[in-house]
Ligand binder design. Sequence first.
Ligand code: ADP
Ligand code: MG
Ligand code: MG
Length: 324
Amino acid sequence: SPKEQAKAPLTKSNYLLGTLIEITLYDHQDEKTIDAAFDRIREIETKMTINSENPSQITKLNDASGSHEVELSEDTFYVLEKGKYYSEISGGEFDITIGPIVKLWNIGTEYAAIPDPQILADSLKLVDYNKLTLNKDKLTAKLEAEAMKVDLGAIAKGYAADEVASILRDHGVKHAIINLGGNILTMGSNVSGNPWKIGIQDPYHPRNDYIGIVNVTDKTVVTSGIYERYFEQDGKRYHHILEPKTGYPADNGLAGVSIIADKSIDGDGLSTSVFVLGLEKGMKLIESLDNVEALFITTDKKIYMTKGFKAVFTQTNNEYKVME
Ligand code: ADP
Ligand code: MG
Ligand code: MG
């Protein structure tokens, strides 16, 4: 049969979930499909945000802390459940109840500043995922102590990416790239049947500079790094991934972590978990799990990878040294 005329990919961007989101379809020309995907992201934002004037299910849960349980939709419950799971398997280095600390730092806003040490110490007592009670039969959640706060910032974008993929699939899309500010999900192969080439962000030159590329098909590539949101004070950088034990930005020698996984919610949960855990413990956690690979970039510009990551990675920036 005559070769079909190659059509330009269909792409649309929107600013949602606090980030630039870009969806590109390579085998599909109906804009309504992309619109349906963005509608779903808007719905997720409405349900899960803590940064809106309108109360979400999560702000209702936070406002009811120490008082009563709150009914949730299935999707919000699922994201909370995943958040609690990553809190557990990271030994609390990821903590879905980090909300009070995130709020104190205000990173990513014009009010970002180092918190008062006493207020920080008091707020740390509120961070404890064991005091998030989930009831799966009733689809309810409760924060057991007053002033506790859940924050889904480390995991909601991954969930949204998975939901977009599911909607695109329902509309017959087989080749697409979903990019939620560093949470990348590839659908299928590229249109020629080859793996997608996804750039791994250079944490020291974040916008459009890569340390290398990975070849992936039907995978998510999720990165957490010191460059995504931060402020500087007295020559020191304070970034947005916080250590629940100290209340300070994780400062363990890592500059970035990239995860390859099947589901973006898992990639997102793990990129943040492993970033706080650090190279050694993070590598151990990844190696204990099936179907996930990781790349670590240290502040002294070394790259460490799991075997499976190495197999799909090509270095493009020689400032970094790949370690065995
Ligand atoms: P990005 O927001 O760039 O995607 P992450 O997925 O790593 O990066 O999520 C960072 C966000 O997660 C922070 O902005 C904050 O809302 C929240 N967060 C920060 N530290 C932790 C932590 N230790 N555990 C869980 N969530 C965290
Ligand atoms: Mg993220
Ligand atoms: Mg994350």
